[in-house]
Design a binder for this molecule. Structure first.
Ligand SMILES: Nc1ncnc2c1ncn2[C@@H]1O[C@H](COP(=O)(O)OP(=O)(O)O)[C@@H](O)[C@H]1O
Ligand SMILES: [Mg+2]
Length: 389
């Protein structure tokens, strides 16, 4: 099937474009090589020329985004995230390299083909970019009007979209009367109007509070699962990546710092930029313990009044999870959980636990407890000693 055929069919079938039922799974979308919505970056470079001289916003970006996936791009401000995202619909053209959408080099498209490409790629923004003089209905209808649809075609489609984003009762409301979350739902409905195969999200939840962020991310996940649309989202918050993405790219000063499945990058971040971005999510030593922590063990009888603090880390690899009976047996001591937690990311246990064992107990060698069949954690580290509370 050619791309234009598949687009025509997509428009005809509206929202159910990638699946025959509403429950069409993401796995089946990923499995089917013919499903549209893949993006490949080949040695992308982007240099801006500003009055202060050239800005190398992107360098040597080689990356493949599978169709049907939720792909997160994270990095600090100025890392090049928006520049990269905007090459996918040619809002920016790379200075070097190629972008392939569904295997087609988009730099070769004619003006007409570019218009068609943009109908297959929806986009949502941090500040929603709604037209304030138009109602919710009119905002969502706009891309359809521009695409030449008739009012009779537009109405059922807009109602379907309003239903999808849960705004049936806001049809005639103006954007200024909506909350941030509702505005973003309108943005999402508008972006989906022409039945795109890819949805680009540039900091789409960055202006929202955590609860609203969660509800928008759930909506995006639902859309991805139901419609099989590839979602590529930019954020500077690792919590967003953790909640929704399958794969993540960490950008640092225009280059790939690292990329891979989210659980792996969270479990074993290799790049300093990734660690810095992850820091806000990590269970550091609580203040009350930090104040009384000492690095050297107390002498002799004083030991009975102290506990040794160990940090057990779980990267998600190999299905290893915290098992307190095994931990206690391996350490040959009663073990108390002091602080920490485990997240489940894509089914992998990932996190850090601080546990306390009596300082008077002789500990076994720790390194063997982080390897092979005897492992009780992926990393074990002695943090120090604290007085028994
Ligand atoms: N139109 C532009 N002209 C000049 N410099 C730009 C332009 N757009 C972005 N930049 C610069 O390119 C770098 C990457 O920007 P951007 O892609 O917006 O990063 P991010 O989205 O990660 O914050 C920054 O140094 C930014 O100042
Ligand atoms: Mg940006």
């Amino acid at each position: 099937m050619t791309t234009s055929q598949s687009t025509a069919i997509a428009l005809e079938h509206g929202l159910e474009r990638h699946g025959d039922t509403a429950s069409a799974s993401r796995a089946s979308a990923l499995d089917a090589a013919t499903v549209a919505g893949s993006v490949v970056f080949e040695r992308i470079g982007k240099t801006y020329h500003s009055s202060a001289g050239p800005v190398h916003a992107l360098q040597d970006i080689d990356l493949s985004i599978p169709s049907g996936s939720i792909f997160g791009i994270i990095g600090r401000s100025g890392a090049g995230k928006s520049s990269l995202l905007r090459t996918i619909n040619r809002l920016e053209s790379p200075t070097s390299g190629r972008v392939l959408v569904d295997g087609i080099d988009i730099s070769q498209l004619s003006e007409r083909e570019l218009v068609q490409l943009r109908r297959r790629i929806g986009m949502i923004f941090q500040h929603f970019n709604l037209l304030s003089a138009k109602t919710v209905y009119e905002n969502i209808a706009l891309p359809l009007l521009v695409a030449g649809a008739t009012p009779a075609e537009i109405e059922p489609r807009v109602l379907e979209l309003l239903n999808l984003v849960g705004l049936q009762d806001k049809r005639n409301t103006y954007p200024t009367r909506l909350s941030g979350g509702q505005k973003q739902r309108v943005g999402i409905a508008r972006a989906l109007a022409t039945g795109p195969e890819i949805l680009l999200c540039d900091e789409a939840t960055s202006a929202l509070d955590p609860e609203t962020t969660h509800s928008i991310l759930q909506l995006l996940r639902d859309i991805n699962g139901r419609l099989g649309i590839t979602i590529i989202l930019i954020t500077h918050e690792m919590s967003v990546i953790r909640e929704i993405a399958d794969q993540v790219l960490v950008l640092e000063q225009g280059r790939i710092a690292e990329t891979g499945p989210v659980w792996k990058i969270f479990g074993e971040p290799r790049h300093e930029a990734t660690r810095a971005l992850l820091a806000p999510l990590q269970h550091d030593l609580p203040d009350d313990l930090r104040r009384v922590l000492r690095q050297t063990p107390p002498e002799g009888a004083a030991q009975s009044g102290f506990e040794r603090i160990l940090q057990l880390s779980y990267t998600g690899a190999g299905g290893l999870e915290p098992d307190f009976i095994r931990i206690s047996q391996a350490l040959a001591a009663p073990v108390r959980l002091v602080h920490g937690g485990v997240d489940r990311i894509q089914g992998h246990a990932n996190g850090r636990l601080l546990v306390a064992v009596p300082a008077s107990h002789a500990l076994p060698e720790l390194p063997p407890l982080a390897h092979g069949a005897a492992a009780i954690a992926h990393h074990i580290e002695e943090i120090g000693y604290v007085p028994v509370l």
